[in-house]
Design a protein around this ligand. Structure first.
Ligand SMILES: *Cc1c(COP(=O)(O)O)cnc(C)c1O
Length: 393
């Protein structure tokens, strides 16, 4: 119905439902359940729940439904299921579709909790997982086999911003009959067209750019009606990982400015990466928009922009990195990303602390590595903050 709307229009209007009062802003339906006129209508709704009908907030709610319809529209999927956190989305997408004896191939460079699900949880229930270097297509080809039910990867990896070729991995996976599940957090719904490029299921932590103001945990699984309603929904609604209506309302409000924010943040990231590149105090600067990035051409094709994140390696190692972090004034030390406030993270001692040293080295998580999530501040102020902190080393 609204398929020809452009992203920014969809982000403001798509999925809106109005009550009999015709309220302008999206209402928060803070209700756990719904009242039925008669016993017969209750029975009928449990047999078949109609378009504008709800049973219990764990199953769905008018405010969460607005959010699901809005994100599905911009993602280009038929449907979506909103979850309590990004991890509930990753877990829900994988566990709902997998059975003992199934095989999964995943990129090795993953968010810590994603790695926990793939390495620890799935194995316990008899699902075998093979890990590959996501940028090496030969490794994907070698790992996929009959019985591979899904491939899973982050389209831009954390924290070293490696770009994975969605179209190429999807071709390999689809030839084996495997579903392509993409964690698209770093790429954002604004810059990525993951579904057009071959992803079957896209998951987001909405805690990041979609809220964009560090207020609430949330997640979403986007896919076909068949996958979302027949596979994901039964699992999520019976295991309790659904998004709360209040969170959905926060996310709906975040989405209104999502496109504007992501573009402003990406512009800031480009300026910062350019300003840092070549600085003698850094041994490398990573941003997919830089010509020096190993997958720069792929990033240009797949994302159009380099995204909102920059990573760089401080030549003096951990001690120098800590002195740098402690000298920052505007940029906050934290581990969220996609926030309006710029955030610097030291992955080796925080988000990726758990990894053994040789795994860190393999993933490029060096003692001097800083991950910077560029916020909405003036890029010139951020550059001045970064330069002053580098001088303080
Ligand atoms: C943050 C994050 C998650 C987990 O999301 P939560 O909302 O914190 O549960 C998953 N994947 C990636 C890439 C993330 O950055």
């Amino acid at each position: 119905m609204t398929k020809d709307w452009k992203t920014r229009t969809q982000l403001v209007h798509e999925g809106s439902r109005r009550s009999q009062y015709g309220e302008m802003a999206e209402a928060i339906f803070l209700t756990q359940g719904f009242v039925y006129e008669t016993a017969e209508s209750a029975e009928a709704r449990f047999v078949k729940t109609g378009e504008d009908e709800f049973i219990y907030a764990r199953y769905g709610n008018p405010t969460t439904r607005m959010f699901e319809e809005r994100i599905a529209a911009i993602e280009g999927t038929e449907d979506a299921f909103a979850t309590a956190s990004g991890m509930a989305a990753v877990n829900g997408a994988l566990v709902s579709m997998l059975r003992a004896g199934d095989h999964v191939v995943a990129a090795r460079a993953l968010f810590g909790s994603c790695l926990y699900i793939l390495e620890e949880v799935l194995g316990r229930y008899g699902v075998e997982v093979s890990f590959v270097d996501g940028a090496d297509l030969d490794q994907w080809r070698a790992a996929v086999r009959p019985g591979t039910k899904a491939v899973f990867f982050e389209s831009i990896s954390n924290p070293t911003l490696e770009v994975i070729d969605i179209a190429a991995v999807a071709e390999i996976a689809h030839a084996a009959g495997a579903l392509v599940i993409v964690d698209n957090v770093f790429a954002t719904p604004v810059f990525s067209k993951a579904v057009e490029q071959g992803a079957d299921v896209v998951v987001y932590s909405t805690t990041k750019h979609i809220d964009g103001q560090g207020r609430a945990l949330g997640g979403v699984i986007c896919g076909t009606v068949e996958f979302i309603r027949k596979v994901v929904e039964p699992y999520m609604k019976h295991t309790g990982g659904s998004m709360s209506p209040f969170t959905a309302w926060i996310m709906l409000n975040g989405m209104v400015t999502l496109d504007l924010r992501c573009r402003a943040m990406a512009e800031g990231a480009e300026k910062i990466a350019a300003a840092l590149q070549g600085d003698a105090r850094l041994s490398r600067v990573i941003h997919p928009g830089l010509a020096s990035h190993p997958q720069h051409d792929l990033a240009a094709r797949q994302l159009k922009r380099g995204g909102t994140m920059v990573a760089f390696d401080i030549a003096g190692g951990k001690e120098a990195a800590f002195r740098f972090l402690n000298a920052l004034e505007i940029i906050k030390i934290s581990n969220n990303l996609g926030d309006a406030k710029s955030i610097a993270t030291h992955p080796a001692t925080t988000t990726h602390q758990r990894l053994p040293d040789e795994q860190k080295a393999h993933l490029g998580i060096t003692p001097g590595l800083i991950r910077l999530s560029v916020g909405l501040e003036d890029p010139d102020d951020l550059i001045a903050d970064l330069m002053a902190a580098l001088s303080a080393i």
